[in-house]
Design a protein. Structure first.
Length: 257
């Protein structure tokens, strides 16, 4: 347990929106391969260059319009995005559609979890080509399991710790929109709310992060959480629901369960 008896509020953003990117061509390729019980899927580009699907582009635009309508004049004054093409495209489309004129920063610490040797494999492919990894993930759990040449959730959390430190130091009292990836959203929750492995995985078991869903934190003086941020919405699909766009969601790890 962390002793917060003498803890003071940590300066942080006034409002923090965490958004998963819109549906990508890679999401479509993997879904099709999984449905056909194929061992591999081909997104048509290296992982970091996979573009949005046409639906993903519409989802991003719907997000921007929703932000413009729900923010009541308090739009993001800073947008920070993962460097992956699908995340940058989501940020840019949402900013255009919502009239957001904030600075856009690309930060590699927000990138997708790296799957290393397992990249491009469906769960069936992992079980066939690397049964030892499928077994290891079942034994260790995805919080700690690190694929060869890849990252565990703990590795993602480590780089997010540095990101949050930068956010609090350089962007205190700002309204910040972060566009990233499903695992990254979950790892933010772990850090901001001071969760443990069991609590985080319990949330993860109940929720698959939807494309262009919104997780929102607001600054609250005296909050026990990191940077005095408290959760106001999680995995909110209102931007898509209100626009009549299809909600798409997918588990983050294509491994054996």
């Amino acid at each position: 347990m962390v002793d917060d008896t003498h803890r003071r509020d940590v300066p942080g953003p006034r409002c923090l929106w965490l958004v998963r990117h819109g549906q990508s061509a890679g999401n479509l390729a993997r879904d099709a391969a999984e449905a056909a019980r194929e061992r591999r899927f081909d997104p048509g580009a290296r992982e970091m260059d996979v573009p949005l699907s046409p639906l993903g582009e519409r989802q991003a635009e719907a997000l921007g319009r929703w932000l413009a309508g729900s923010a009541r004049g308090a739009l993001p004054d800073l947008v920070i995005t993962s460097p992956y093409r699908r995340a940058v495209a989501t940020a840019e489309a949402a900013m255009r559609a919502g009239g957001v004129t904030a600075e856009l920063i690309v930060d590699e610490r927000l990138r997708e979890r790296e799957m290393g040797l397992l990249e491009g494999l469906t769960r069936y492919g992992i079980e066939h080509h690397h049964p030892e990894q499928a077994a290891l993930m079942t034994q260790v759990g995805k919080f700690y399991h690190r694929p060869p040449c890849g990252e565990s959730w703990c590795d993602v959390i480590l780089r997010l710790r540095a990101f949050i430190d930068s956010l609090c130091r350089d962007h205190a009292d700002r309204r910040v929109l972060v566009v990233c990836h499903g695992v990254v959203v979950m790892c933010f929750r772990y850090l901001i709310e001071r969760l443990d492995e069991r609590a985080l995985l319990a949330i993860d078991a109940q929720h698959a992060i939807a494309n262009c869903s919104v997780t929102r934190y607001e600054h609250v003086a005296g909050s026990p959480h990191t940077a005095a941020l408290e959760l106001r919405a999680f995995n909110l699909t209102a931007p898509l629901d209100e626009a009549g766009e299809t909600v798409t969601r997918r588990d983050d790890v294509p491994a054996a369960t």
